[in-house]
Ligand binder design. Structure first.
Ligand code: PLP
Length: 404
């Protein structure tokens, strides 16, 4: 394999990059070092790039669909990475996990149905519930000394309460691994959750977009696999919808391709119907990138994971030594880290954000973007060359020293 270049300082300015070219618009500061939105600052796997170059050379970019070869690549990947056996018919290709979650709610809910999410969590989950005129129930995660757990007892009471009020919970949108808190849920807690949802007959929308980005010592458990392996869930499988993509894993999010796995034929039909008329066809580049990533990108992914782990360790040591007031939530997966700034003494989130944007000049996602539970937190994306990470941390350290 040719030399991998995770440490290259690639230029992303003037490339229509949402991360780099909207700094003035988003942070009101052109000098921001952007460490926010979830894409990576390095080139995708060489195999992906080569396949796209070849396709570009052909010069025809008409309407496209996921053929058997794309489905085979997905089937093989899930088997190889997670020992998860799916059938090709269960796959539906989409332009992204976010639209797919919206279509799913459109397919399964009616106005005012209750839907549960677990904040702090990816903001488009909130929006999807709102878009579909559903009632949002927030089952906040529990933060114990920087380690997050699900509040399953609270969840059970919220479900019971919704039944009492005559508006029983219809669905839950679940994030696994979790953005932003970085949890890779363990099997015992997942089973406990699944037993509860099964008992109450609640649809589970499982967003597993970050499933390939897991640090050593942790294992991603696809919900579908957990259900398959146990007879007790054989009837519940028809309530599961899984969302995955190669977009985070291989830095191809701009190609807008994801896939949704639905085993139940009826649910798949309802889902496809919900999509009708929304122009949801896939781009040939997105499909090809997914296929070549899964067929030929595993070695690159391994190297990327090693680089990310190095970045994570660097960040942890840097914070402990240089800015100990900023508390790191231990990341088990994803390249996103969840930082607690509450000890810096700001009076409000707005002050913290202003400090970060105008004094430190580092572009992070404000914690409140993930719900009120994210107050005084910010999310940092460490999928960048270590030099850039160091630059970002140095900017924060200097601003803390100078201004606080
Ligand atoms: C949990 C989660 N779901 C979905 C997405 C976005 O998915 P897509 O770009 O496929 O719509 C992200 C991106 O950061 C994410 O973190």
């Amino acid at each position: 394999m040719s030399k991998l270049k995770f440490s290259n300082l690639e230029n992303r300015v003037n490339t229509m990059s949402a991360k780099w070219d909207k700094r003035k618009e988003i942070f009101n500061n052109e000098n921001i070092l952007p460490m926010w939105v979830a894409d990576s600052d390095w080139q995708t796997a060489p195999a992906v790039k080569e396949s796209l170059l070849k396709r570009a050379e052909a010069g025809i970019f008409g309407y496209s669909f996921a053929d058997q070869s794309v489905k085979q690549a997905v089937e093989n990947w899930l088997k190889k990475r997670f020992d998860l056996k799916i059938e090709k018919d269960w796959l539906i290709f989409d332009t992204g996990v976010v639209p797919a979650i919206n279509f799913t709610l459109k397919a399964i809910t009616e106005e005012n149905d209750a839907v549960i999410i677990q904040p702090p969590v990816y903001k488009p989950f909130f929006t999807a519930v709102k878009n579909n005129d559903c009632k949002l129930i927030e089952n906040e995660l529990i933060n114990k000394d920087g380690h997050y757990k699900m509040d399953l007892a609270g969840l059970e009471s919220q479900i019971k309460e919704s039944q009492k009020q005559g508006n029983p919970v219809k669905a839950m949108i679940f994030c696994s691994p979790h953005n932003p808190v970085g949890r890779v849920w363990d099997q015992a807690e997942l089973l406990e959750l699944l037993r509860l949802l099964k008992k109450e007959d609640i649809f589970l929308l499982s967003d597993e977009i970050h499933s390939d980005l897991v640090y050593p010592g942790y294992e991603h458990h696809p919900i579908l696999k957990l259900l398959f392996k146990r007879d007790e869930f054989s009837d519940y499988r028809k309530k599961l919808i899984t969302f995955m993509a190669a977009s985070k894993t291989f830095n191809i999010a701009g190609l807008h391709t994801s896939y949704t796995i639905i085993e139940s034929k009826e649910l798949r039909a309802a889902y496809n119907q919900a999509k009708e008329g929304f122009g949801t066809g896939n781009s040939p580049f997105g499909l090809l990138a997914l296929k070549s990533a899964y067929n030929n990108g595993e070695e690159w992914l391994q190297k990327q994971l090693e680089y990310l782990e190095g970045n994570y360790n660097y960040l942890r040591e840097y914070l402990a030594a240089e800015i100990p007031q900023i508390k790191l939530t231990q990341a088990e997966g994803t390249y996103l880290v969840w930082l607690d700034f509450s000890q810096l003494g700001f009076g409000s989130d707005e002050q913290l954000i202003e400090f970060m944007n105008q004094k430190a000049e580092v572009g992070l996602n404000p914690g409140r973007w993930f719900g009120d539970a994210g107050s005084m937190y910010m999310r940092l994306n460490l999928a960048c060359p270590r030099k850039r990470l160091k630059e970002g941390l140095t900017r924060i350290k200097n601003a803390v020293k100078k201004e606080l």
